[in-house]
Design a protein around this ligand. Structure first.
Ligand code: ADP
Ligand code: MG
Length: 711
């Protein structure tokens, strides 16, 4: 008899569990527990080791402790202003303790006389005895055993931990006869010293020792991560398999000429990334690579090197930027970088011609546009820089070899697929272009394995030498803000320039623009009235935006007041001061991006994070003051905001990590990825692992599934 698979368990309604009647079933349904599988994967959020708990007589004022007590007496009282207070006396035979709850009137109903509860809190001296205010309360009923699992309780659905524990115990007992099936190959379990699945379910819900549940948790968390990695790795391999890639030539000499022409040495990290990309480009499969690098790490040179690999073999390259301003800026910058670089001209045996770089956005119109389009179609344009328009409008390429996508924070799988099918449709031999995605939003490496798990990743973890560190200060409240403007005036007097970023207003661009206009007027008339000051925001006409940017670039303006339109790509080395107003409205990553607009030249740079109200602490601002390292900040961000922020919640399987944490389980993420490759590579469609396939198809969405059964 085979063991019970997840699918088997998912087919058994919770109603079949002893003690679950119609009413409890409805309550369970409310918290998303419908099947025995749901029940078994409802994990304790804590475990209480009864041998470690304190006696009431051992409690010391000011020291947090856990006690198991019986409720003796409960009193509810109304206070002024519709506030309420519930007090109770509890004890364990060794002594008595008072507990008090403010504004939790329902505690009166929860804490009935004679009930056994576990309390966690800090006792304080009160009227000659000890009292805990608002302790954490767990109702444990009459459960015995040395280690008591505490499940998430739901006040609303009126589910408590001892009921859940009882049902789970019952469910586990009923699995004993057939056993729970383990779909993970034995070789992987033994290699990574992972407990069997059935044993792990027992040990997480009914551990004999605290160590037991840790070992069990490791196994079950591994399974969650393995499933995600299997889907990603299969998708990655499927993409490599299904697309006819281009074997780019590495011997054209063009990249070397470009590098020799640069006014600086490449950093070790840049060289490594270029090598990784080149190896991918030369390989027969289509490249799908992410280039991660902090602001200012020098991604552009790496991207241009990759584009030149495509060009030297007779292909075209395209670079897509998210906005017109950025596309124009990239176009100007890349043209400058490639000035004087020539490519071989097959129509002229010994001759060369200048490399042709063009711009294509919706602002390129008329005859100019027709010329660019013709050049793309006949192959005389080597590189094209543009916006999304490049891909979406009826633009035809002669032979597109590589697409680089810049600064897409969350570039979806679907969009990436669209990009490459664009090239596939055009290329006469049916090859698909390689894709390089660049992002300046660093995410921790293990998180990247999950979020971008179907991509290869290159990391620029080093900045070019000679950069001046950006020193960041917190201007906490209106008094500090005055000092900021005086600092701006001093810098301008010393010949430098400044950015002022206006508050982010999520709800409405219109409000955001209004607030930027207001800030601009105020600064122009008051704090910065002696300076030349300009305004830049998203609702301005393109030509006007461009004129303002140019004026700032040419130092005809001292101060640029802007909305977040300057977040990416603006590069003015003489700008050394960045003032970010209402900094607490921005996320860590965005503040870091904004700050990266300064520190681009040889002068010392500063960033002021201004918060409107004086506050005691501000963890996000503190993180930015403490570090200029994007990866360090990404870790801090993950710490502060949790996993949800980097996970695409619409992708069910990925957001389904109940035990595993990308933050805490780095080692496991790496193990799971390694294991996924070990399983998929010898058997790309998992033919010899039908049980794993069944589990994946049960737990993942149809979109993910499509990749599983393709093949
Ligand atoms: P990113 O796009 O990663 O934020 P950029 O590619 O815009 O960074 O590069 C930022 C600046 O650093 C540019 O002015 C560029 O010329 C310069 N730069 C890039 N690589 C190097 C290097 N190896 N040494 C010195 N300066 C460099
Ligand atoms: Mg850039």
């Amino acid at each position: 008899m085979t063991g019970l698979s997840f699918r088997d368990l998912a087919l058994i309604d919770v109603e079949r569990i002893k003690g679950v009647g119609e009413k409890r079933r409805a309550a369970l349904h409310e918290v998303g527990i419908n099947t025995v599988l749901d029940l078994l994967t409802t994990y304790p959020r804590r475990w209480i080791d009864r041998t470690n708990e304190a006696r009431v007589s051992d409690l010391v004022a000011g020291e947090e402790a856990l006690v198991l007590v019986t409720v003796r007496e409960v009193v509810a009282r109304k206070l002024k202003n519709r506030r309420s207070m519930v007090t109770a006396t509890v004890g364990d035979g060794s002594g008595r303790l008072h507990i008090v709850f403010f504004n939790q009137p329902w505690r009166e109903r929860q804490l009935r006389e004679g009930l056994n509860v576990v309390l966690f809190g800090k006792p304080e001296n009160y009227r000659g005895g000890l009292q805990m205010s608002n302790p954490i309360v767990d109702l444990v009923g009459d459960r015995t055993g040395r280690i008591v699992p505490i499940y998430p309780q739901s006040e609303k659905a009126q589910l408590n931990t001892w009921e859940l524990a009882g049902w789970i115990e019952n469910a586990l007992a009923r699995c004993e006869e057939r056993g729970i099936l383990d779909p993970v190959p034995e070789s992987i379990l033994s290699e990574h010293q992972l407990m069997g699945r059935h044993q792990a379910f027992r040990a997480i819900h009914e551990p004999d020792t605290m160590r037991d549940k840790d070992v069990a948790r490791r196994r079950l968390a591994f399974d969650e991560l393995l499933r995600v990695q299997l889907v990603l790795v299969m998708r990655k391999r499927a993409m490599e398999r299904d697309a006819i890639g281009i074997r780019h030539r590495l011997d054209g000499g063009l990249v070397e000429r470009f590098h020799a022409n640069l006014p600086y040495e490449l950093t070790t990290a840049q060289k490594r990334a270029i090598d990784e990309i080149a190896a991918d480009l030369a390989a027969p499969h289509a490249m799908h690579r992410l280039l991660q690098g902090d602001v200012g790490a020098g991604k552009t040179v790496v991207a241009v090197s990759a584009l030149l690999v495509a060009v030297q073999g007779g292909h075209q390259g395209a670079l897509m930027a998210p906005t017109e301003v950025l596309a124009e800026q990239h176009h100007a910058g890349i043209k400058r970088l490639l000035d004087g670089i020539e490519v071989g001209d097959p129509s002229n045996l010994f001759g060369n011609r200048p490399l042709r770089v063009e711009l294509l956005t919706n602002r390129v119109t008329g005859a100019e546009r027709r010329e660019v389009l013709a050049g793309l179609a006949d192959g005389s344009v080597d590189l094209v820089i543009g916006t999304h328009a490049l891909i979406q409008e009826g633009v035809r390429f002669h032979h597109l070899g590589l697409v680089v996508v810049d600064e897409q924070h969350r570039f979806g799988v679907e969009q990436r697929a669209m990009l490459r099918s664009k090239g596939e449709a055009d290329n006469p031999d049916g090859t698909v272009p390689d894709v390089l995605v660049m992002t300046a939003t660093p995410i921790p490496r293990t998180a990247a394995m999950t979020v971008y798990g179907d991509l290869d990743v290159s990391v620029l973890d080093q900045k070019p030498a000679g950069r001046t560190e950006i020193v960041t200060h917190w201007a906490n409240g209106p008094l500090d803000e005055m000092a900021v403007w005086s600092d701006v005036r001093d810098e301008v007097a010393a010949g430098r320039q400044a950015y002022v970023v206006c508050p982010l207003i999520d709800e409405s661009e219109k409000l955001e623009v209004a607030s930027a206009e207001e800030t601009f007027e105020r600064l122009r008339l008051q704090e910065l009235s002696t300076l030349r000051i300009g305004l830049l925001h998203g609702r301005m006409a393109s030509a006007e935006k461009e004129a303002t940017m140019n004026a700032f670039r040419q130092h005809e303006l001292d101060v640029l007041v802007a909305t977040t339109v300057i977040e990416v790509g603006v590069d003015v080395p003489n700008a050394t001061i960045m003032v970010i107003l209402d900094a607490d409205r921005f996320g860590i990553a965005q503040l870091h991006q904004l700050r990266g607009r300064v520190g681009r030249g040889s002068h010392a740079s500063r960033c002021w994070l201004v918060t409107a109200e004086q506050e005691d602490t501000n963890p996000r601002v503190d993180a930015l003051v403490a570090s200029t390292d994007g990866f360090e900040l990404a870790e801090a961000d993950l710490e502060l905001r949790g996993e949800g922020t980097i996970m695409n919640t619409s992708q069910k399987g990925r957001s389904d990590l109940k035990l595993a944490s990308l933050r805490r389980d780095k080692e496991l993420v790496a193990l799971a990825r390694e294991a996924a490759f070990a399983i998929v590579d010898p058997d790309p469609t998992l033919q010899s692992h039908p049980e794993l396939v069944d589990e994946l198809s049960l737990l993942f969405t149809s979109e993910d599934e499509a990749f599983l059964f393709k093949g």
